[in-house]
Design a protein around this ligand. Sequence first.
Ligand code: TYD
Length: 134
Amino acid sequence: MNNTRIINIKTISTEGMGDLSFFEELKDIPFEIKRIYYTYNVPVQTKRGGHAHKDLQQILFCPYGKIKVLLDNGYEKEEFTLSSPNNGLLIGNNIWRDMIWEQENSVLCVAASKLYSENDYIRDYKEFLELIRK
Ligand code: TYD
């Protein structure tokens, strides 16, 4: 799938004192960050998502826990598991996504290229397929 990919988030490890991971807009990720949000207190096996975005770039990362991300561009499907704090999943426009919480207390963090706008969402799968096949 050409507008999604896993990136390694830069990490500084300090002996006996843990790890620090970071990314910077336009340097480590290909967009400017306008919004950050995170999802937590989600029961295990819950499936969230079920939508695509018309014009939004995002990086998803899981600083704690294990979350499966199912992506679908209307032609092909791909699955990623976010279970390491230094892995990020970049997702571009017009990708249908579902996220499944696989471990208790998992946290999904997202940095996005735009402010929240409900108009940017496609929440109907048929409408999504029609849009990308145009
Ligand atoms: P949604 O993106 O559908 O969550 P998920 O993909 O995890 O299932 O958002 C859930 C609700 O939160 C929806 O009513 C929109 C609202 N919301 C905001 O108000 N601002 C935001 O930045 C986000 C991401 C969602």
